[in-house]
Design a protein around this ligand. Structure first.
Ligand code: SAJ
Length: 428
């Protein structure tokens, strides 16, 4: 049995690695020649703990190879990106291209599984695209069909940073277009998944993925809204949440600089785009989370104004702002869709003084960031800054601010000592 994984990114490559680790012959396909060449050397082009070791082994043993042009296989697993375009409309063009590229390789009895996060109905659309490309084969359109090629939607649910463990341990939702499609897909996941593979139809499976990430987004929005209300009411939101969470049926998430990454800040829009009148709460949660960086920037501006008032001899140009953290969440090096990056860039545009940035997980700032920003080592920050802005709760930052007498804007609860208000803590 040969399994082809189309799309060798953050999901496709670990999945290909796990399948080949179980001694299956896996052909990885990606349009990115650099990624393909890197993998064929036994190396990886993404960052994920433990992955490079597995890829080195499976490529070395000949179970995994990568190519830019699809080859015949018995099962095709599609894990390509589904970004949004314009006014938050999902872009399924990568899935469409993946379908066109594998269509010539398909034969009777093959299985195709879509893993990419997708709007409801995408698996049915795939059947249409594939049917058009291969009129000689029968694809499934409803649960009563008896197709030549089986088709299912099975979303990934792994947490970046823990992908290898979660790929194996998490339960999977398996949404076959027909019951036989589900059975075949479940059989494939059983190769490496130790969690339960729960069967449903493709539309429910598509919605399940969007629901999981929207649930998290709505709950983070609740925490972010609370942090803004508490700031106004002069209440420490972290203490408040800890107290409320002692209730047996309350479990509030953590407020922060906003919601980043390429999943939670994107997927809810796939629901909103299709049901704009109905998805009121989901849309509002997105807006609450997206507006948090702007609210924090206003807090920094107030801190700058206060600093100038307290030091009449200083001008804006003399003030140094220290920003702590750029990653989209704690203890990772991934800056994609990071609210911290957005905040730091916007500050650089609007603030005349110096801005120093500390991100312990990277060695240089990406070219896309404002050129006036300076990356400093953690120990070089405190001696030069006037105002500290903590954007990511990296473990490396804990305990760093406890003796500070500076103006601190703590977006993510790193500072444990509370004095005046929650978000601008003047620790005197
Ligand atoms: N965040 C908060 N407060 C919290 C939790 C998270 O502000 O209490 C922020 C983080 O700082 C980050 C963003 O939310 O900016 C997203 O982080 P995350 O850890 O919640 O999620 P991701 O994007 O790394 O992964 C999510 C996971 N989904 C859920 O937990 C429901 C993961 O299981 C999915 O597989 C992944 O999205 C995906 O690929 O869809």
């Amino acid at each position: 049995e040969i399994i082809s994984v189309v799309g060798l990114g953050y999901i496709g490559l670990p999945t290909a690695a796990m399948l080949s680790f179980k001694e299956k012959t896996v052909i990885g396909v990606d349009v990115n020649k650099h990624a393909v060449d890197t993998i064929n050397k036994g190396c990886i082009h993404i960052v994920e703990p433990g992955l490079s070791e597995v890829v080195r082994q499976v490529v070395g043993k000949g179970f995994l190879k990568a190519t830019t042009v699809p080859e015949p296989a018995d099962a095709f697993l599609i894990a390509v990106p589904t970004p949004f375009v314009g006014e938050f409309q999902p872009d399924v063009s990568y899935i469409k291209s993946a379908c066109s590229s594998i269509a010539p390789c398909l034969k009777k009895g093959d299985l195709i599984i879509l893993e990419s996060t997708s709007p409801v109905g995408t698996t049915e659309l795939m059947a249409e695209w594939l049917q058009e490309a291969r009129p000689d084969l029968k694809f499934p359109f409803n649960e009563n069909d008896i197709p030549d090629v089986h088709l299912a939607y099975c979303p990934e649910r792994v947490l970046p940073g823990q992908v290898l463990r979660e790929l194996v341990e998490n339960d999977r939702v398996v949404g076959g277009v027909t019951p036989e499609c589900s059975r075949r897909a479940k059989e494939l996941y059983n190769i490496f998944v130790e969690g339960e593979c729960v069967v449903t139809n493709s539309r429910t499976a598509e919605m399940a993925k969007l629901t999981e990430n929207s649930f998290r987004d709505v709950n983070i929005a609740f925490a972010n809204e609370l942090s803004i209300i508490c700031d106004k009411e002069n209440i420490d939101v972290w203490e408040l949440i800890a107290l409320a969470n002692r209730h047996p049926r309350v479990n509030i998430l953590k407020p922060g600089a906003g919601v980043g990454g390429h999943c939670i800040a994107v997927d809810p829009w796939f629901i909103v785009a299709k049901s704009p009148d109905e998805a009121k709460l989901i849309k509002t949660a997105r807006e609450v989370n997206d507006s948090k960086p702007l609210w924090l920037i206003e807090k920094v501006k107030v801190a700058i104004a206060d600093c100038l008032l307290e030091n009449p001899n200083k001008s804006v140009n003399d003030i140094v702002i220290g920003c702590y953290g750029l990653a989209f969440k704690p203890d990772i090096d991934d800056l994609r869709e990071s609210p911290a990056v957005k905040i730091v860039n916007m500050l650089a545009e609007s603030f005349a003084g110096r801005i120093v940035v500390c991100e312990p997980h990277i060695n240089s700032l990406p070219d896309s960031m404002n050129s006036k920003l300076e990356l400093l080592e953690i120990t070089k920050m405190q001696p030069v800054t006037e105002i500290d802005v903590i954007l990511v709760a990296h473990s490396a930052f804990s305990g760093l601010f406890e003796d500070s007498s500076k103006s601190i804007i703590d977006a993510c609860g790193v500072v444990k000592q509370v004095s005046s208000s929650n978000n601008i803590r003047k620790i005197a």
